[in-house]
Design a protein around this ligand. Structure first.
Ligand code: GLC
Length: 526
């Protein structure tokens, strides 16, 4: 069996993970110094957000050179050393590849600006004399004007011009970039915005769009999403990956709701896995979870791909916060949304056990294992996410889930590094530092470490099947062979723990009763 079918993959948002040189920004040296922590946590691989040369207009998702490391993070030699060191620690490395757009500082775009309208250099992007009605996914128009009067398309920030995937140079460039990193030993790639590379010919207007309103909910059939031709690209890439043996992997960032269309990306000659955003978006309701889980399993079974289970990432409100809210306010990023963090934390503990018990792979976003909540009260002038600016502050943006990790000590920057931290950490995170949690068997970190260890050793867990067991509404109850059962209580009352030997529970089991918002794993006899 291949490792990625049931891997526990830890997402490293490098800028905020650990700072090795004291400049307030996380870097490769910081990550290297914490590899022991990650090994002890018990994950199998790291997915590292973009580390390439970038003006950081979108936290590194604006790449100016796909074959070099940004000086803020280190050097290419540091990256090579990191990959080797990680491998020595038993950790595989997945890097982020950003093919939908480049930075406006990328040499191709700079040349396009210089060479002017009608030049071959402009054809690598989407330059037009007139715009259509598309809006940027970060808010505001998806078109910006250059000095000579032409417009260029950017689905994200103006500093992220979309590449033209009809152009042979663009098609040829990325397999070469993949090879560059494969030659340096990376074990796989996370593909950014994987469903949007190809645009419908002629860039027709979108239907039913409201000008000026930021929206993140394009229909699946939008002219810049999920075009059938995009699959050719991944078939092509899969051949490249295949040259490096069966152990390298693609994971796609695919926000396509229709399960049938989503599954097409996971056919055996395309991507290996994709993030399960339907699960991430699911509110804390047993019925809704069961439905998403069923749909996920059915969708993936059709193409033989393993499901993944994702609770948080660097783009969404942290789940400790989400689960502490009413369903209607679930993903909101604004001030003053009523949130019960104690409740959210209890549920986050239960959710961790749920995701690690389900068939397939599991993702841990840095800080999940510390139970970090979303941070809302950041000073506006320190916010860096273009979403904040481009929506005029209507959406606070994603900085609040990207606050540097608290490692130890009693005051910010909590041993993040010797200098400060590029975003301020709340003083109350003194209770949530890794060092403090390591010493507490009841902490979120201890729960994650134990659960990941059990998951690794338990033959029933990881890849494979599962069976639902009859349960009262509000309870999630399933078993896996051999001899494993997971029960999550989403009712408002205690329930009986079924027969079996408890392996781990997200809350204390008083007299074999499972409290509300808690989960337990059991070893059963058959
Ligand atoms: C993806 C990334 C996000 C980035 C966007 C544009 O959604 O996860 O962080 O802003 O793509 O590259």
């Amino acid at each position: 069996m291949t490792w990625w079918r049931d891997a526990a993959i830890y997402q490293v948002y490098l800028r905020s993970f650990a700072d090795g040189d004291g400049d307030g920004t996380g870097d490769i040296a910081g990550l290297e110094s914490r590899l022991g922590y990650l090994r002890e946590l018990g994950v199998d691989a790291l997915w590292i957000n973009p580390w390439y040369v970038s003006p950081m207009a979108d936290g590194g998702y604006d790449v100016a050179d796909y074959r070099a490391i940004d000086p803020a993070f280190g050097t290419l030699a540091d990256a090579e050393r990191l990959i080797e060191a990680a491998h020595r620690f038993g950790l595989r490395i997945i890097v982020d590849i950003v093919p939908n757009h480049a930075s406006d500082q990328h040499p191709w775009f700079q040349q396009a600006l210089r060479d002017g309208p009608g030049s071959p250099a402009r054809e690598r992007f989407h330059f037009r004399d007139e715009t259509n009605n598309w809006q940027s996914r970060f808010g505001g128009p998806a078109w910006s004007r250059v000095e000579d009067g032409q417009w260029y398309l950017h689905l994200f920030d103006a500093a992220q011009p979309d590449l033209n995937w009809e152009h042979p140079d663009v098609r040829a460039e990325f397999p070469s970039v993949l090879r560059f990193w494969l030659d340096r030993g990376v074990d796989g790639f996370r593909i950014d915005v994987a469903a949007r590379l190809v645009k419908q010919a002629g860039l027709p207007d979108k239907r039913g769009r409201i000008e000026g309103v930021p929206t993140f909910t394009d229909a699946d059939d939008a002219p810049d999403k999920d075009r059938p031709e995009v699959h050719e690209i991944y078939r092509d890439w899969r051949l490249v990956l295949g040259e490096y043996g069966p152990d390298r992997v693609f994971v796609g960032e695919i926000w396509v709701r229709d399960p049938e269309r989503f599954a097409l990306y996971l056919r055996p000659d395309e991507l290996h896995t994709a993030f399960n955003f339907e699960f991430l978006k699911c509110a804390w309701e047993a019925g809704a979870f069961r439905e998403v889980i069923d749909r996920t399993l059915a969708t993936h079974a059709k193409v033989g791909a393993p499901p993944t289970w994702v609770l948080s990432n660097h783009d969404v409100t942290r789940h400790v916060t989400r689960y502490g809210r009413k369903r209607s306010a679930f993903l909101k990023r604004e001030h003053g949304v009523p949130t019960d963090l104690a409740l959210g934390t209890r549920r986050a503990r239960a959710a961790a056990l749920l995701t690690m018990a389900l068939p397939g792979g599991v993702y841990v976003y840095q800080g999940d294992e510390l139970g970090l909540p979303e941070v809302f009260d950041l000073p506006d002038e320190l916010r860096e996410d273009p979403v904040f600016r481009r929506t005029g502050g209507l959406d606070l943006g994603r900085d609040g889930c990207r606050v540097p990790l608290p490692w130890g000590g009693d005051a910010p920057p909590f041993e993040f590094g010797k200098g400060g931290a590029w975003l301020p950490q709340p003083p109350e995170w003194r209770e949530l530092t890794a060092a403090r949690q390591l010493g507490d068997p009841d902490s979120m970190l201890s729960l994650y470490r134990l659960a990941l260890r059990i998951r690794r050793g338990e033959p029933a867990l990881g890849d494979g099947g599962m069976r639902w067991l009859d349960s009262e509404p509000g309870v999630i109850d399933f078993e896996r062979d051999p001899g494993f059962r997971c029960v999550v209580n989403l009712t408002g009352h205690e329930i009986d723990v079924p027969p079996g030997e408890p392996l781990i529970a997200s809350a204390a089991l008083e007299g074999m009763r499972l409290p509300p918002d808690a989960a337990v794993w059991l070893r059963t006899s058959d």
